[in-house]
Design a protein around this ligand. Structure first.
Ligand code: ZN
Length: 159
């Protein structure tokens, strides 16, 4: 069956900045399982999956606006150093910071004696990405999955 809205898709992927080595890949772990039509992955990748079938592989370039958005100015923030625990901090490093909105990946800009300047843009914001995708399985979502807005079972929620 072809991938469409309300399909459950399990797939392997690798993602790179265009023309560079892969930043992240699902190979060597379980494939990612997503429910199409719920905005659970970046829009450019969700759109590219449409009409493909299990067993197919393809590559797709995704512009920043269809990936993690453009970089925004004014997302710099000064954070007390104690929030980072004991890890050694260096400019350019990406770390997870607990915020009021949950954990968030931030980039360290400057490390002071007691405060740290961070950039709250998503590390992949403003970047044109290239995905390599290998579709493992396509099936229709169950009524319960549609109600919950996510996949159950392999690669999904186990509840
Ligand atoms: Zn559920």
């Amino acid at each position: 069956m072809k991938i469409a809205k309300d399909s459950v898709v399990r797939f392997h992927y690798s993602v790179a900045e265009q023309g560079q080595e892969a930043l992240e890949s699902s190979h060597g772990r379980e494939p990612l399982a997503i429910l199409i039509g719920q905005g659970n992955i970046i829009p450019g990748l969700e759109a590219a999956l449409q009409d493909h079938e299990a067993g197919e592989s393809f590559g797709v370039d995704v512009a920043p606006a269809e990936a993690y958005g453009e970089r925004r100015d004014g997302l710099g923030q000064r954070v007390p150093k104690k929030h980072f625990g004991t890890q050694k901090l260096e400019p350019g490093m990406q770390v997870m910071l607990q915020t009021n909105f949950g954990p968030r990946a931030v980039t360290i800009e400057k490390v002071g004696m007691s405060v740290v300047d961070v950039d709250l843009n998503h590390p992949m914001a403003g970047k044109a990405l290239h995905f390599e995708v290998e579709i493992v399985e396509v099936r229709e979502a169950t009524a319960e999955e549609l109600q919950h807005g996510h996949v159950h079972g392999d690669g999904g929620h186990q509840h």
